[in-house]
Design a protein around this ligand. Structure first.
Ligand code: M6R
Length: 617
């Protein structure tokens, strides 16, 4: 949460760089935004505004700020203090010469603030962050060294933070620090960058370095220095960002979400790329380091939040069926606080698009402290969770900008299927032929998602009819169950409609009481070819709710005639292997959530109260 950009160069173009970076980071928070710039005269100017970034942009156009070579910018998701101009970042220290931006929560800010108040410091905001601005300014007055000043202060702070500071007496210098909150360095030619993620600077450079926990970085136009919180120098490794700025542009689409749904076929295809052989075997060389654990594992625990956790349920069904290992799926924030039993035969699999979700990160750290090995499925290079894990299986969905996760979900499902087949290969639980058969089916999924996308207009029309709906239910069974949960989450977060997803078998244990005439229910219908014969059971569920007046929209396989007489609408998906059907059935629900929100006139990319990357607990 909160997007952070820092820039030092030689020309007076900080504001343009900062606003461009903030535009790409706005998905991290959009309550307010601000910039601070040091101009050629050594004066520090700031501008900050409540509302989306555009409010700040308009304000700067109306009344320009003198530009300079050095600056910091911030887009906020409010924690302490509402979304007002005063609470927007940057925060100035009491001498007006130091500006600071912050992502995270300073947990001991009350004590620190009380001490500062007692010394007569006047606070202009209700934020925890302003405390850090006053403290760093004081430390700077004592040492005259901005890096040393920030280092002194971070050692007194509890909680999670990325902090960036600039000081009017130090033009050409931006200093950053991070603990449990993201910060990445962008390496330019005569200019350098800092950002919450590489999107902040990818328009200028694809050369990047990530820094570790409890480290500080000082950037100047021609140098980058990293030290830890004790002041000791730290070695860092450069990496190349594997996508360019155009991947994070709308590219003619009405929204990032529309673009990202259209990229679902590619997200699956790219996640498969290079990981299956011509013979139909799965090769995951990136997991060689945890090969022993994969051979001996007797239990897998998947930890994730939100949509990523629903993808995890797909992994459970696949891994258990193929590799015959018990799999639990747990919300990361619940896992960490329940004193879970972990031993050396437990493999923890974390899933995160951003690689920065605080709950998942903390659960990863906790699992490793308890002796478990952690394999992470992640979409974001240079993010924190991969750094904290024993092995990483990257999804290659490309940057996901819309707050609601779509293409990341199908990429995560694909990575889990690959992991399941890899485990089955290592453990000898599936024959070579059976694996090759699954791989061949998986290979066809991108083309089949393309076919589903062809029904977008029909789903849009359906969503238009339902713009006034107040409640929608979703039912699914087996791998259709997480799709029901995902369909409901999308409606809640995008269209602000009450929506619930249920396991269809649970219906008569309570949820059926919610059915009244006109209630809309989406039902994810398993294939009639499913060997477990779940299809007739779900068709019976449809009849039960229809008998009580529900309006049923079924997502069913092409040619499924049995469902037609009982559904008000049927959205067809192509035939696929039963375990892979969810990669198809989820697509109409992603489109539906987006179109219903659009029909209500809502911002589908930036829903209220949310941020893309939940970096506070
Ligand atoms: O970046 P992550 O995959 O760790 O994010 C997890 C959830 O915060 C995320 O999936 C969230 O639920 C989305 N808003 C769902 O669309």
């Amino acid at each position: 949460m909160c997007g952070i950009v820092g820039y030092v160069g030689t020309g007076d173009k900080s504001i343009e760089v900062l606003l461009g970076g903030l535009k790409r980071l706005e998905y991290r928070g959009y309550d307010s935004a601000g910039v601070a710039v040091i101009d050629a005269a050594g004066d520090l100017g700031t501008r900050k505004k409540a509302g989306k970034l555009q409010v700040l942009v308009d304000d700067l156009e109306a009344t320009p700020l003198t530009d300079g070579t050095t600056g910091i910018g911030h887009t906020r998701w409010a924690t302490h203090g509402g979304p007002t101009d005063a609470n927007a970042h940057p925060h100035l220290a009491d001498d007006g010469k130091l500006a600071l931006i912050h992502n995270g929560i300073i947990e001991n800010f009350s004590e620190l603030k009380a001490e500062l108040l007692a010394e007569g410091v006047e606070f202009l905001s209700e934020t925890d962050s302003e405390v850090a601005a006053h403290l760093v300014a004081r430390a700077y007055r004592a040492s005259g060294d901005l890096t040393e000043a920030l280092r002194t202060v971070v050692n007194t702070l509890d909680g999670a933070f990325t902090l960036l500071v600039v000081h009017a007496d130090q033009p050409g210098v931006v200093v950053g620090a991070r603990r449990n909150s993201p910060l990445v360095i962008g390496l330019g030619d005569g200019e350098n960058f800092l950002g919450s993620d590489v999107a902040a600077f990818v328009a200028h450079t694809r050369r990047a370095m990530s820094i570790g926990q409890d480290q500080l970085v000082t950037i100047r136009p021609d140098s980058v220095e990293v030290v830890d919180f004790t002041g000791a120098p730290v070695e860092t490794t450069e990496f190349e960002v594997d996508w360019d700025a155009s991947a994070a542009e709308k590219g003619g689409w009405s929204s990032f979400m529309a673009k990202e749904i259209s990229e679902e076929p590619e997200a699956v295809a790219k996640t498969l790329l290079g990981r299956i052989t011509a013979e139909g075997a799965v090769t995951l060389t990136e997991l060689d380091g945890v090969r022993e654990r994969l051979l001996t594992v007797d239990r897998v625990i998947v930890i994730a939040c939100g949509t990523a956790a629903y993808a995890g349920i797909l992994g459970k069904y696949a891994i258990e069926q193929w590799a015959r290992v018990p799999v639990e799926v747990e919300l990361a924030h619940e896992f960490r606080y329940r004193d879970p039993v972990l031993d050396e035969k437990t493999l923890v699999v974390s899933i995160s698009q951003s690689g920065e979700t605080m709950d998942t990160l903390m659960a990863v750290k906790y699992a490793r402290e308890q002796g478990a090995q952690v394999l992470s499925i992640c979409n974001t290079q240079g993010s924190t969770i991969p750094r904290e894990s024993d092995a990483v299986l990257y999804t290659h969905a490309g940057p996901e900008v819309a707050v609601a996760s779509t293409k990341a979900f199908v990429a995560q499902g694909t990575a889990l299927f690959l992991l399941g087949l890899h485990l089955a290969t290592l453990r000898g639980t599936l024959s070579t032929e059976a694996i090759a058969e699954q791989v061949a089916d998986l290979h066809e999924i991108p083309g089949k998602i393309e076919q589903v996308l062809e029904s977008s207009e029909r789903i849009k029309t359906l969503a238009g009819w339902m713009a006034d709906t107040r409640s929608v239910l979703f039912l699914g069974r087996h791998v259709g169950y997480p799709i029901a949960l995902e369909g409901a989450l999308k409606l809640k977060e995008l269209a602000y409609i009450h929506a619930e997803g249920f396991a269809a078998g649970e219906l008569k244990h309570g949820p059926i009481a919610l059915i009244e005439p006109g209630q809309i229910v989406f039902v994810v219908v398993p294939s009639p070819r499913d060997p477990r014969s779940l299809h007739p059971k779900v068709v019976s569920n449809i009849q039960e709710i229809r008998a009580r007046g529900a309006r049923v929209i079924a997502i069913a396989e092409e040619g499924d005639a049995a469902v037609l007489p009982f559904a008000d609408e049927v959205l067809h998906i192509p035939l696929a292997a039963p375990l892979f059907e969810p990669l198809l059935s989820v697509v109409p629900l992603h489109i539906f959530g987006m179109e219903l929100a659009a029909a209500k006139g809502l911002d589908v990319d930036q829903p209220r109260n949310l941020a893309k990357s939940v970096t506070v607990e």
